[in-house]
Design a protein around this ligand. Structure first.
Ligand code: C2E
Ligand code: CA
Ligand code: CA
Ligand code: CA
Length: 278
């Protein structure tokens, strides 16, 4: 029994060791990824339900690792957050999105804002608001063409500080989108008191439309409360016609999802939209 115990222990520790090695490797690679230019932004259109107009593009980061190929943000963003590397990566994302926005405002497709996902660690940074202002100035774009997406976890830690910051950002003319709504701790009541412009209903609720689960009730409530507070509602991860029709009936304002278009690299999303506009 003693021996078996020992070998179990050995097995366990080796597995842990290899996990640590993989993590350490990814950290080291993440540090180099920026210099090596391995990040790209993909863009997913956001479409207004009433007339099918493209009212925005969400920027989603992709990491093309020189050896491992494409790595999903779900895999590396958490590590970037733990190591603090998200500050540099997040800054690159904002700069790149501003450059892209400038190009689109000059060459078309015109009038489409880009929404950037912002980590709670970026928002916590004292200089975040002034950095944003100078980024816009350097890029020479109208603030309405840059939007930021935050999650409830961005706000939870210190409500007063984050609400104050969000107010300042809004004052600059940047719209704020609340991402993944419904997955966090906040109630619908809490939603009414936040300085945000748009609520994005999390995909998990949209998924439940197909199976007609109780969750669809929550969708109705989110939409009506958001509308009462003069917020716009976007449903994310819409994949089927049934989901689309349901959301249309419930007066949802806009949608994103494979049903219309998946996230695409710049050149492809430009092609997609030029066909779409015909
Ligand atoms: P998110 O912000 O909630 O983004 C939506 C995710 O759903 C994206 O995954 C998108 O590709 C995917 N998606 C869109 N439509 C559909 C659909 O119809 N069906 C399905 N199954 N999926 C759909 P992605 O691009 O892998 O990004 C995952 C998460 O990584 C994002 O979730 C966001 O939290 C984070 N992320 C992505 N880019 C950035 C970034 O630049 N900065 C930060 N801080 N986080 C980012
Ligand atoms: Ca998002
Ligand atoms: Ca989301
Ligand atoms: Ca999500």
């Amino acid at each position: 029994a003693k021996e078996a115990g020992r070998s179990n222990y050995k097995f366990f520790s080796e597995e842990m060791l290899s996990e640590v090695t993989i993590r350490t490797e990814m950290e080291a690679d993440l540090r180099k990824a920026l210099e090596r230019g391995e990040f790209r932004l993909y863009y997913q259109p956001c479409i207004r339900m009433s007339d099918g107009k493209v009212i925005g593009m969400e920027a989603l980061i992709r990491w093309f690792h020189q050896k491992k190929g494409l790595i999903s943000p779900a895999e590396f963003i958490p590590i970037a957050e733990e190591t603090g590397l998200i500050k540099q990566i997040g800054r690159w994302v904002l700069e790149e999105a501003c450059r892209q926005s400038r190009t689109w405002q000059e060459q078309g497709p015109y009038g489409i804002p880009i929404a950037v996902n912002v980590s709670k660690i970026q928002l916590e940074d004292e200089d975040f608001v002034t950095d944003l202002a100078s980024l816009l100035e350097v890029a020479g774009i109208d603030p309405r063409y840059l939007q930021i997406e935050i999650t409830e976890s961005c706000i939870i830690k210190s409500i007063e500080v984050s609400v104050e910051k969000l107010r300042e950002i809004r004052k600059m003319g940047i719209h704020i989108l609340l991402d993944d709504f419904g997955t966090g701790y906040s109630s619908l009541y809490y939603l009414q008191n936040l300085p945000i412009d748009v609520v994005k209903i999390d995909k998990s609720f949209v998924d439940s439309i197909a199976v007609k689960a109780r969750n669809t009730l929550i969708i109705d409530d989110i939409i009506s409360i958001a509308h009462k507070s003069e917020m716009t509602v976007i449903a994310e991860g819409v994949e089927t016609e049934d989901q689309f029709n349901y959301l249309m009936d419930e007066d949802c304002d806009a949608m994103q999802g494979y049903y219309r278009c998946k996230p695409l690299p710049r050149e492809e999303v430009e092609k997609w939209i030029s066909h779409y506009l015909k």
